[in-house]
Design a protein around this ligand. Structure first.
Ligand SMILES: [Zn+2]
Length: 355
């Protein structure tokens, strides 16, 4: 990525933050919180670039100009006053204490960076992506800096899982909430990434306002996997075969090792299946299936709500087991077995009821 792109759907929030900074009311620690994959990290970079853009303050300025020295350094990621800790790019499964706490060398840790004097005027800014990956020791290491950040320091922590952060971290930050995108904005993001057409339309519908999720689903062959769910639900595919087919489906799955990739694949399949089941539950509660991402599959939920609810509960439990490193194959088997049971019981109930 070269230049920082304008974050679609979050402009108003960022403009509000720039105004707060103009009035000297910006907190030194911000928690950018909201659903995963909606562009919070990109919004953080764009916001920070705006703080340093040389054109800021001039009439009509409405965002980073992209041409001044500061903006160019930002795009080239060489701005000396900005440090970005991006565990995705740096392939860190977790953020360890060494990445946060100050070490002798200073420059390559969050706290160390704040200690160095701002070199271009203006304060120093640190952005940490997916801060929920920070281990407890790493979160603790940040507390002192959060209390005494130093003159002009700004820390932006981005997260979709604030529940995994220490209360002491959350209470020292001002939370800035970011919402899911509209389908139209989500489509714009996908188009900007070269993804359009009917496949993209389905992805947008399934991703609940998260373009990052939609793009990940495209890579993870969500359409193919969802087709397998449909076959299991309508009884045309043996659940035991379904696991094998999900594991064989083509696709790119994140993770440094084959085991990690298998976990990502399993997690993606379970999340998708859970989304289908949850929409089934919503349909049962009276939501119009046409309004639901997976409304076309919700009809399978209508026969027997209790069994469907049980399957949903089972899935939530199984989702947790993936994180516990239990066998992904076994977890998927059990997930699929929950479905035809639900289906056949539902059929039994219906036929009994109509007799
Ligand atoms: Zn600029």
């Amino acid at each position: 990525m070269s230049a920082v792109e304008i974050p679609i759907g979050h402009r108003e929030v960022i403009e509000g933050l720039w105004r707060a900074q103009d009035r000297g009311r910006l907190s030194h620690a911000l928690l950018f919180e909201g659903p995963a994959g909606i562009g919070k990290f990109q919004a953080a970079r764009w916001f920070a670039q705006g703080l340093y853009c040389a054109g800021r303050g001039s009439e009509g300025w409405d965002g980073p100009c992209g041409t001044c020295g500061a903006c160019k350094r930002f795009a080239a990621r060489t701005h000396p006053d900005v440090y970005v800790l991006d565990p995705l790019e740096q392939e860190m499964e977790s953020i360890k204490v060494a990445a946060v706490a100050e070490r002798g060398t200073g420059e390559d840790s969050v706290c160390g960076f704040f200690r160095l004097r701002a070199m271009e005027g203006g304060g120093r800014t640190v952005i940490v992506r997916e801060f929920e990956r920070a281990e407890i020791s790493a979160q603790n290491a940040l507390l002192k800096t959060l209390e005494e950040p130093g003159q002009g320091a700004l820390l932006i922590l981005e997260t979709s899982r604030a529940d995994l952060l220490l209360e002491t971290i959350r209470s020292r930050c001002v939370t800035v909430r970011f919402g899911a995108l509209s389908n139209a904005d989500c489509t714009r993001v996908l188009e900007s990434q070269g993804s359009a057409g009917t496949a993209a339309e389905s992805l947008v519908r399934w991703a609940s306002g998260s373009p990052g999720r939609a793009l990940a689903m495209a890579k993870e062959s969500a359409e193919e996997v969802r087709g397998l769910f449909e076959q299991v639900l309508n009884g045309s595919l043996d659940p035991y075969q379904a696991t094998g087919l999900v594991l064989q489906a083509s696709g790119e799955f994140g993770g440094a090792t084959p085991t990690a990739q298998l976990r990502t694949r399993t997690r993606a399949a379970l999340d998708l299946l859970l989304a289908v089941l949850r929409d089934g539950m919503r349909a049962l509660q009276g939501v119009d299936p046409a309004q639901l991402a997976h409304g076309d599959l919700a009809s399978f939920a209508f026969e027997q709500s209790a069994v469907w609810a049980q399957a949903t509960d089972n899935l939530i439990g199984l989702r947790g087991e993936v994180e516990l490193n239990l066998s992904p194959e076994g977890v998927l088997d059990r997930a699929f077995l929950a479905l035809p049971q639900a289906r056949s019981k539902a059929i039994t109930q219906t036929s009994r009821g109509s007799n």
